[in-house]
Design a protein around this ligand. Sequence first.
Ligand SMILES: NS(=O)(=O)c1ccc(S(=O)(=O)NCc2cccs2)s1
Ligand SMILES: [Zn+2]
Length: 260
Amino acid sequence: QSVWGYDSDNGPERWHENYPMAKGEKQSPIEINSKDVQHDSSLAPWHASYDPGAAKSILNNGRTCRVVFDDTFDRSVLRGGPLTGAYRLRQLHLHWGSSDDHGSEHVIDGVKYAAELHMVHWNPKHGNFAGALKQPDGVAVVGIFLKVGKTPKPEMKRILEEIDNIKTKGKEAPFQHFDPSILFPKSRDYWTYHGSFTTPPCEECITWILLREPIEVSSDQMAKLRSLSKNGENEPVNPLVDNWRPPQPVKGRIVRASFK
Ligand SMILES: NS(=O)(=O)c1ccc(S(=O)(=O)NCc2cccs2)s1
Ligand SMILES: [Zn+2]
């Protein structure tokens, strides 16, 4: 039985065979249409207070490039917005395309961005991450869209410089003294809705907080991301690209906006 992935024989259309949640009522990502969004003036601003010392390492797991953080105590937390309490930062990772015109998971008014960065946080009231996955308020993911432009954000450089050390699946490198809040765009405007992991097991435990303002990266930086490989060191080269799940049925869910 092939492990899940993004190829024709193990991709999103077949995940439900091993992960029944993939056909659930609150799956992610979704397409967001501004005309259907409800402005909610009661939505509070969100705040991240991250400790740069919590950053540990960066790894290629054959499906994405992931930076992991120490989440053994309330060291790097996300508060406010639609959330109650402080959610601990566990990891960040990205989804991207094989060319600049697609790659994001959420689609905004028909626009697909070149990539989408996810910062994954979990609610410590549920004891540990595994426990949080089973709760509707267990996980909060901040999504940031990456757009190819002329004035790339220098803060992305740090992550992209590490790519050369984690080219193949299973490679990991130390990644310390990094505060991921430098990746946030200027505006704090966001959409929020309830959904799921966009990969198996597709648990419906996520409060999504999607930032309206994309950050800019250069085409060269996107090419760098696409130089990662799905394969292990001595295996045939299989480029790590198009690791995004297409939009899933909204099924009556309300998407709220913090802005008019
Ligand atoms: N694209 S996304 O932000 O929706 C994520 C997908 C997978 C994520 S995870 O690795 O944090 N947990 C997934 C796990 C569940 C059970 C054991 S692991 S976050
Ligand atoms: Zn993700």
